[in-house]
Design a protein around this ligand. Sequence first.
Ligand code: SAM
Length: 272
Amino acid sequence: DADSTHSLTHSHPGGTVRGVFSSVASSYDVMNDAMSFGIHRLWKDHYVSKLDPSGGLKCLDVAGGTGDIAMRILDHARTKHGDRETSVAMLDINPEMLQEGKKRFAQTMYHNTPQVSFHLGNAEHLSDFADNTFDQYTIAFGIRNCTHVDRVLKEAHRVLKPGGVFSCLEFSHVENPILANHFASHSHEHCHLLAWYGRAYDLWSFQVIPPLGHILASDRDSYQYLVESIRRFPRAQRFADMIREAGFTVPREEQWEPLTFGVACIHTGVKV
Ligand code: SAM
């Protein structure tokens, strides 16, 4: 976990992360629902409400995929704040995912407006964007797929304006310290419950998701890879430290927010 470089590419027989997402692009949205029982939608809703975009915010959504976060940002700004000035630049390394995103936005009122733009690129080198460009940087279920997480964070820091906010939604580890402490100070029953939950989650992710990927997307290997990438990703405390190492301020009181017992986590940092 102390290792900040995550070379995930070699573990996938198809070769690259790009390969993984090419092979799942069209079935991606269906699998997401199946894998999480639709909970990823609630996490994403919560993630964007917490950001509460408004007032003509300039946002960059990295690893934007088919646009789940970008769409929510624009919808939130419009419906909650009557804001049609907020914009999202969506970036993804995979042309097929980006294409699905474009198709989806083509059905909406944001189509052909300055509110949304699409960029093919790597989170590790945001060459399309100058320093101090954005107010808000989002990356949801994307950073764990990147080879050099430290470079992703440095680039995020570079393209954000001073005062800009980095926000990451990512799978995490169930046994996070906040929860462990909480349960340790309670009854044994709770500890058993937590251990049971951890085992059930492991069983679910290692025994159920890959075969499900096979059935729904005819692609067991890609989903096997996705599950392994979750396990390899740093624990919440280590990831918060990495965000600090990239230059962000991360307040100690609320270093991260665990969602669903830490199955996923929101991490925030501010560029001062
Ligand atoms: N953010 C979207 C969501 O929450 O639904 C998509 C998440 S999807 C699990 C991960 C995305 O990360 C894929 O679209 C993939 O192409 C993209 N990705 C992987 N490595 C990347 C990189 N180095 N730079 C940019 N995007 C990357």
